[in-house]
Design a protein around this ligand. Structure first.
Ligand SMILES: [Zn+2]
Length: 233
């Protein structure tokens, strides 16, 4: 008989003291999934209700509804948390969606958050998502895009202002330019709203010679620039 390793013992002690809880509702978990059976059922229903991809080509997992959807709770949790199991779950779901569309890529790149937002929460959720997705896909993460300082928050602007603001909000990282020519890229963010931020980042990547960009988000608050149907809100 071999003795369990100290790390395994420590893990069991931690699980005993802090038993894992559902990422969405906080109920104690008994299985391997980070969601309880009720939330997992709800999540699957939300996934089935998503008309992905949107008209602007963005793939997404579920609507970011105004009610207590699983998608909304997970996205809000990710904004303030760097929990490994949360990001592995979301990235695993994103990788399944990409596999359904037979999409592979040379690099996974994230839509960058503003330095001020990262300072406020201590979490760069799109970067964590992209790294976890690259890990699961067995491909490389590239920190290719930068958020310029002193840009206005998109939610304070109208549609035309958003497009202009988004296109001037980002730049390519110098070191990334050499790596990108002729490559395929999966571009990741947590939430897709009007799609202008995604479009601005896509344009930058294409200008660096990227051959194709697949845009993917955990949740969509709008459908291809149109507000989601009322019965989904
Ligand atoms: Zn739950």
């Amino acid at each position: 008989m071999t003795l369990p390793s100290p790390l395994l013992v420590l893990k069991k002690v931690i699980i005993f003291i802090y038993p894992p809880r559902c990422l969405c509702c906080g109920r104690l978990l008994s299985g391997e999934s980070p969601l309880c059976p009720a939330c997992l059922d709800k999540w699957h229903a939300e996934r089935q209700g998503a008309a992905s991809p949107r008209e602007d080509g963005i793939l997404y997992l579920a609507y970011y509804t105004k009610t207590h959807s699983v998608a909304r709770r997970l996205v809000l949790r990710a904004k303030n948390s760097n929990e490994r199991r949360l990001y592995l779950f979301l990235a695993g779901e994103l990788s399944k969606l990409l596999a359904q569309h037979n999409i592979t890529a040379d690099y996974v790149v994230n839509v960058p958050r503003s330095p001020a937002a990262v300072r406020n929460t201590g979490v760069d959720q799109s970067g964590l998502l992209a790294r976890a997705l690259a890990h699961i896909m067995g491909t490389k993460y590239l920190n290719a895009l930068r958020h310029k300082r002193r840009t206005r928050a998109q939610k304070t602007l109208d549609a035309s202002q958003r497009a202009a603001n988004a296109s001037s909000s980002f730049r390519l990282a110098r070191k990334a330019k050499k790596s990108l020519a002729g490559c395929t890229v999966v571009l990741v963010d947590d939430v897709a709203t009007t799609g202008t931020t995604f479009a601005a980042c896509e344009k930058l990547l294409l200008s660096a010679g990227v051959s194709s960009v697949v845009k993917i988000a955990v949740a969509s608050s709008e459908r291809g620039g149109q507000k989601q149907p009322k019965n989904m809100a």
